[in-house]
Write a protein of this length. Sequence first.
Length: 293
Amino acid sequence: MTTAETAQDAPQPEAAPAPGMVDIKPRNYEFDLETALAANWHSGDPFKTAFFNALSMMFPVGEKSFMDAVKAFRDQVSDPALLEDVKGFLGQEAIHSREHRKYNERLCELRGYDLDYMEQPIVKRRDWAYAHLPVISHLYATVAYEHYTAIMANGTLSNPKWLEGADPAMKALWRWHAIEETEHKAVAFDVLKLAGGTVKERRITMLLITVNFIGDTVRNINHMLKRDGYSFWQRMKIWRSGLSFLLGKDGILRGLGREWLDYFKADFHPWQHDNRKLLEEVKASVGPEPVLA
């Protein structure tokens, strides 16, 4: 048998999903987080708890901006499958924003955190961008943030260490969010391609978004630890342990670097990270789900 014949007979990799090939369903979940939010809900650990809470603080403003960015180009979409994906994306992000808004407001009430302090830098950047940058720039930013949420969602679903020891209600919320972020991870990207997005602008925006993403996360964690009453030296000790959790030998973020770098490839597409099998396995383990009509 020739090499060519062998290659032809070998199993071929399944094509990456095109619009319409992944079912994007808004699940109308509501979560009772009252008891969990009053305490260090992740393993009793102040850093692990603050890390996930810090991420949540960014979501309501961010997800509203993502919805606006995609809506601005929806009229240019003629492909019925992509239009259906856009509908699913908007539905999912609306519910994410609602649930994380409730999460954040109740968390701040229970623990004395300043919600305005954590949201205002994001709001100010958004408002400045709306006033001074072209509309497509918001779509570039959305695509960059969606890549972050996609690779972190994959980590949440594939690595038990991300939520090991977390309160069951909080684990359910973060797994639900990760499932839906995975389902719609390519929608904004596909709309950006349709709108004429360029590789250069996509890359530059990711670098800027990375600075903001890290800065917002660090600022929020520090604010929460201060309001929790930890002294400077106590916070340094907590950060040392926390960085090991994130970036140590078995750190949850340690394996994400290659996936982040893939974004800078000229031919990148989110579904080149094809985790549909994992997605279906997780969804099957969750069981019946409410779906928003």
